[in-house]
Design a protein around this ligand. Structure first.
Ligand code: SF4
Length: 185
């Protein structure tokens, strides 16, 4: 019942699709930290919600074990073509906005025992306080990425009806809300 309500809220907030899976089906892989260290996104060490500041990947993967269920949700946004950098940035902003809406409406369902992860780089501030040496400006709203917690989104999505790729000239972003006491239904 709660799972269905979680999915419904995600869709009402603007998710393209959403599904709930048992936390045990969330695929994890510590090798994602190497991908972050390679800094292809240019944000490594420049955001409190990204490595290395977000924490050691083994510790964060361990934290996932505190939860019973995971709501996986996604946005699918159109691009002009695969070089549409502005379209990708816009799609990322849409995902950040969706995650923030869910942050407001899900607590009555999840209670306080929940962990919300979104796409990488937080994205709430034009430039993260990490760059200028300021404290995080929105510590209660800043969200880390699924990959920073070692979640293999591609293989996790395969355990749900959600597709990792959604057609040519689209970009897909994922978020996840973990909830429920472990071993407590
Ligand atoms: S809320 Fe702002 S300062 Fe805090 S992690 Fe996100 S981008 Fe950085």
């Amino acid at each position: 019942m709660k799972d269905e309500a979680m999915i419904r809220l995600a869709l009402e907030c603007g998710a393209h699709a959403a599904a709930v899976l048992p936390a045990g089906q969330i695929v994890r892989n510590a090798e994602f930290r190497e991908m972050c260290r390679s800094n292809r996104c240019g944000v490594y060490g420049r955001c409190y919600m990204c490595p290395p500041d977000v924490g050691e990947i083994e510790d964060l993967m361990h934290r996932l074990e505190d939860y019973d269920r995971g709501l996986l949700y996604q946005t699918v946004s159109p691009l002009e073509d695969s070089f549409d950098v502005e379209g990708m940035a816009r799609a990322r902003e849409e995902m950040t906005a969706l995650s923030q809406r869910l942050l407001d409406v899900l607590p009555p369902l999840t209670g306080s025992h929940a962990l919300h992860l979104s796409c990488g780089g937080c994205g709430l501030c034009r430039e993260c306080g990490r760059v200028s040496g300021e404290a995080c400006r929105h510590p209660d709203r800043a969200l880390a990425s699924l990959e920073s917690y070692g979640i293999d989104v591609y293989n996790t999505a395969r355990n749900t009806p959600l597709h990792y790729v959604n057609g040519p000239d689209t970009v897909t972003y994922f978020g996840m809300v973990l909830y429920g006491e472990k071993n407590n239904g």
